[in-house]
Design a protein around this ligand. Sequence first.
Ligand SMILES: [Zn+2]
Length: 219
Amino acid sequence: MPIPTAPITQLPVNKLDKHIAKNAAWATDFEADQRGLLEKLAKGQQPQLLWFGCSDSRVPESIVLDSKTPGEIFVHRNIANTFSGADDSCHSVLEYGVGHLDIKHVVVVGHTACGGCAAAFKSDPPTSKIEKSSNPDSPLINFLQPLIKLRHSLPDRSTLDDLIVANVKRGVDEICQTEVIKKNWKATEDSDELPVQVHGWMYNLSTGRLQDLGMTRSA
Ligand SMILES: [Zn+2]
């Protein structure tokens, strides 16, 4: 395919070019180290972990898990690692990951100082007006409503970390109540196949460490 030559004057082309150049160097090195693996991965994937995390740039799953090989982690990330009953995007990732890729470990990963949780933490209580009418100018505010509700369901003395943990727990609970997980647990009742496990973790931005929050659930 010919490389486009027309300049895109609105964008800082030189700054973006560095990413393309870095990718080319990575692809060359990777192929030299793991000859044929990219070609093999092009035919299919068998990831072992489904990661539901925050979009925050400081919590990139491949880096914090030291996963240097494509194909190891199936991923969904959004604001404040929110698994919502009304969101087809996260449900479709779960359905494909568990139902078609046969992933056995699903993990919801919160992180310290999460901006989405902080916004909900500082928010006023939701009003029936907000619940009934979405805000067309701010999908972000709409998206945060369940988190705002969760924040105001916690005791007044709760901290931001309490909300972050509660949000992970809610994600784990929501995932466990989905049809795809219930179906997996039923199907594995009388078989040798291991049931899916759903875990809750917390990533600490300051230390780079992941903590298992001890809320793993399975059949
Ligand atoms: Zn976050």
